[in-house]
Design a protein around this ligand. Structure first.
Ligand code: SF4
Ligand code: SF4
Ligand code: SF4
Length: 311
């Protein structure tokens, strides 16, 4: 059957991307946080053989694509993967699939990144799925300042932090300091033998925890650094880190406020980084910390927005 541009556009909005030069499509499966169960993988293997060309492709943003799906098989494909709780999507001018590093199991991870990514998926990928934004909005969740998943190159990025505290009263000015030796940032200095942490160098990675046998080093609970307005691609912008650290609940609120801010103040076709630049980082930070955007949520959601994403 001949496909019209409308047919192609309609299924693209559902996560079916036309395979170049053919009338077949890649079905984009959303993994929520980059994790699939063995049963889900088995389901995809079967779906690739039943509906696709037998191949399974992994994308750079932790979705899975099955190429070679025929237009007329799309409803049956969706029904098949839904048996294991999976869905297609991840396109258009809206919140895109969330990307997480493997901080849940990684030795450097400061918290359960995949659990936080699932929560963001539930609240802001699913919760805002019907909400059109001026462009796509990418979110990444990283477990520590190693930044493997590059949170600062996303429209919004979250990085786990644990703030060390050195008690100079307890410090014994040891000849060899385990805290100093373990710090990859060389943030620990000695003042007359006593260890001190330079907060302008420390990145809150937590690698020094447990390295003082005399209990001079303690640390905060896990906190979250939020970067706004990052992007990588045709244009590049490193996300601006907000000055203060947030608890997890506060960070989730900042995600929602950032989406509302983008919807309300963004211009069609501009990425969040351009909105941040236009308004000024300082002003944006104030708006993301205050509660006005959440108070105006219903009103903002009713405003008309024309999306500008072409992919
Ligand atoms: S960012 Fe940190 S926690 Fe996440 S995978 Fe990299 S090293 Fe591990
Ligand atoms: S921080 Fe701990 S290990 Fe380092 S010098 Fe002080 S007491 Fe010794
Ligand atoms: S938290 Fe990381 S950067 Fe800061 S002092 Fe400890 S090891 Fe160094």
């Amino acid at each position: 059957m001949a496909l019209s541009a409308t047919d192609v556009k309609k299924v693209k909005a559902q996560g079916f991307l036309r395979n170049r030069g053919t009338d077949e499509f890649s079905a984009r499966i959303i993994t929520e946080n980059g994790v699939l169960s063995a049963k889900q993988m088995q389901n995809l293997v079967e779906a690739a053989e039943k509906f696709g060309n037998g191949k399974i492709e992994f994308t750079s943003r932790l979705t899975v694509e099955l190429p070679g799906v025929k237009y007329e098989d799309i409803p049956a494909f969706q029904e098949y993967v839904a048996k294991e709780g999976m869905e297609t999507g991840g396109t258009g001018s809206r919140v895109r699939p969330v990307v997480s590093c493997k901080g849940t199991t990684c030795v450097f991870g400061l918290y359960d990144t995949q659990a936080l990514a699932s929560e963001i998926h539930r609240r802001f990928y699913e919760g805002y799925h019907a909400v059109t934004l001026p462009h796509k909005f990418k979110i990444a969740v990283g477990g520590c300042p190693n930044n493997c998943v590059k949170p600062d190159l996303n429209d919004l990025g979250i990085v786990g932090q644990r703030v060390p505290r050195l008690n100079t009263e307890t410090c014994r000015a040891c000849k060899k300091c385990g805290v100093e030796a373990s710090c990859p940032m060389q943030a620990v200095k000695r003042k007359e033998g006593y260890a001190e942490i330079d907060p302008s160098v420390c990145n809150n990675c937590g690698r020094c925890f447990g390295k003082c046998p005399f209990g001079a080093l303690t640390h905060s609970e896990t906190m979250y650094r939020v970067y706004v307005g990052g992007r990588w691609g045709k244009k590049i912008r490193i996300g601006s880190p907000l000055n203060r650290l947030f608890t997890q609940e506060e960070a989730l609120d900042v995600v929602e406020k950032a989406i509302l801010l983008f919807k309300s103040k963004g211009k069609t076709g501009e990425r969040f980084g351009e909105t941040v630049e236009r308004l000024g980082v300082e002003k944006v930070e104030k708006m993301l910390v205050a509660n006005n955007l959440l108070k105006r949520k219903e009103e903002i959601l009713e405003e008309e927005t024309i999306g500008g994403a072409s992919c």
